[in-house]
Design a protein around this ligand. Structure first.
Ligand code: G3P
Ligand code: CA
Length: 474
């Protein structure tokens, strides 16, 4: 069953006048070219071969593909078997049937068009103005400043592995995940409540690197132990604040209880972050479950509990977000297996990245679950980070930010080898700028809300040097 991909159907709810435009969403250069697998400018008189109308009425008219669905949904499908690709098109509303016109791109849509939607959508209000962009059940994003109110808008989605990044007029507006690593079934153009015309449809293969920057100036924002500057670390409260801050990943620390239940706990003992004492590995799940993990931080968090890994993953699965899971302690492969079993039981292998300071933990994880991407944490740089990464089969190399300053060129070396670089734990705009200049792909921070805001500040626009312009604190 693949109904759980990326999300399901289009969201028809609009933000309306309450949605303010995103502040300073970064523009970006046009992406570099790759192997083009679909190029369609509708210069013929009919629908392209092997394109299939699934809903609504579609025709080629005036060099554009025009789809109308009245108050319903119109879908045309094409393509199949893609894994890592960029799908882009231009589109504009020609006639609205009512006030709720929408249109967009569909990803992983079978030729029948039945059910399995993974799509980005532009909504328009009664005046034909784009107001929001959404993918289904997650919150719609406001349309960035500068997106055309009339005429064509450019839609683009870039799919790498299980991660999709959506763009509107070359501005990143949404990032979504799907749980399946299989090639997508097909693509679609979709319309609703309007007659919409499309042109310049392109599908291009791109390199697969799910954790490197996807042709975007933004870094991946990772909330360290949740948003641990605002809520008690490694709690559900911290996770919720991290999510609402806009962090894509929550970082945690996992240790086993005496009875082998994986819990979130950074330290070996519960002393610092709960009202109890003792080594977590000496306490039972019942004992840990009774601890107060919030009162040490602030009175508002009294009663907060130490979450199990299962609780954390269930929350991420149902409410959104991905997990950077740190194996903090594992005496043997069985301990790692206990953690991975939980990830699998919660059906979250597509949204978990496993990290550790200990290469042996990663070797065990790779043996047990080769489908899980791996990251190596480093206090100091290895002599040859690429060799170490290739030996361990890493997706990510995660150096301490200060350590990276000794040899920032290793970022390029790792990128050349197809390995992403995320730095930790960085909480100031000065250092975000510095590491952004190095080209890191992700930043782990205790201050995810501020980092998201910094991330949305324009960079490089109008720069003639080719180097990223420094971003300033909001
Ligand atoms: O994710 C990196 C960071 O969490 C590693 O340090 O001590 O906070 O687990 P620590
Ligand atoms: Ca950690």
């Amino acid at each position: 069953m693949r109904r759980d991909l990326l999300r399901s159907a289009f969201v028809l709810a609009t933000c309306g006048v309450l949605c303010s435009p995103a502040r300073g969403v970064a523009a970006e250069a046009r992406p570099a070219g790759g192997a083009v697998v679909v190029r369609e400018d509708f210069s013929g008189s009919g629908l392209p071969r092997q394109w299939r109308v699934v809903g609504g009425a579609w025709q080629v008219d005036g060099g554009r593909l025009v789809g109308g669905a009245g108050g319903g949904k119109g879908v045309v499908t094409f393509g199949a078997g893609l894994a890592d690709f960029r799908f882009e098109a231009r589109a504009r509303v020609e006639r609205r049937a009512g006030s709720g016109a929408w249109f967009g791109l569909g990803v992983d849509v079978p030729p029948t068009g039945a059910g399995r939607w993974t799509a980005g959508v532009v909504h328009t209000d009664g005046a034909g103005r784009p107001v929001s962009f959404g993918d289904g059940t997650s919150a719609a994003a406001p349309v960035p400043v500068g997106v055309a109110a009339r005429g064509d808008v450019r839609l683009r989605v870039e799919v790498r592995g299980q991660r999709a990044v959506w763009f509107l007029d070359d501005r990143q507006v949404l990032m979504t995940h799907r749980s399946s690593a299989e090639a997508v079934d097909g693509l679609a153009l979709v319309v609703g409540g309007a007659t919409v015309s499309f042109d310049d449809v392109r599908v291009t293969r791109v390199a697969s690197s799910a954790f490197q920057r996807a042709d975007t100036p933004r870094v991946t924002v990772v909330a360290h132990r949740g948003a641990s500057s605002l809520a008690p670390e490694n709690t559900m409260a911290a996770q919720e604040v991290g999510r609402r801050s806009g962090a894509e990943f929550i970082e945690n620390d996992v240790r086993l209880s005496r009875d082998r239940v994986p819990y979130l706990m950074h330290d070996a003992t519960v002393d610092r972050t709960t009202d109890g004492t003792g080594n977590i590995g000496a306490l039972s799940a019942a004992q840990i479950g009774a601890l107060d993990a919030g009162s040490w931080f602030a009175p508002a968090f009294v009663g907060e509990r130490v979450p199990t890994l299962a609780q954390q993953l269930a929350d991420l699965r149902t409410r959104g977000g991905s997990l950077l899971l740190e194996i903090k302690q594992a005496a043997g492969i069985e301990d790692v297996k206990t953690m991975i079993d939980v990830v699998r039981a919660e059906k979250m292998t597509g949204r978990v990245l496993v990290q550790s300071f200990d290469p042996q933990h990663l070797r065990w994880a790779r043996t047990l679950a080769p489908e899980l991407p791996l990251g190596l944490l480093r206090d100091t740089l290895d002599a040859d980070p690429v060799a170490v990464s290739e030996d361990l089969g890493l997706a990510l190399y995660l150096p301490n930010g200060t350590a990276l300053e000794a040899r920032p060129q290793v970022v390029d070396d790792l990128h050349q080898a197809g390995i992403g670089v995320w730095v930790w734990t960085v909480d100031t705009p000065e250092r975000w700028n510095r590491y952004d200049g190095y080209g890191v792909d992700g930043i782990i921070s205790n201050r995810p809300a501020e980092l998201v805001n910094w991330n949305n500040t324009p960079s490089g626009e109008g720069s003639t040097s080719g180097a990223p312009a420094p971003r300033t604190s909001p």
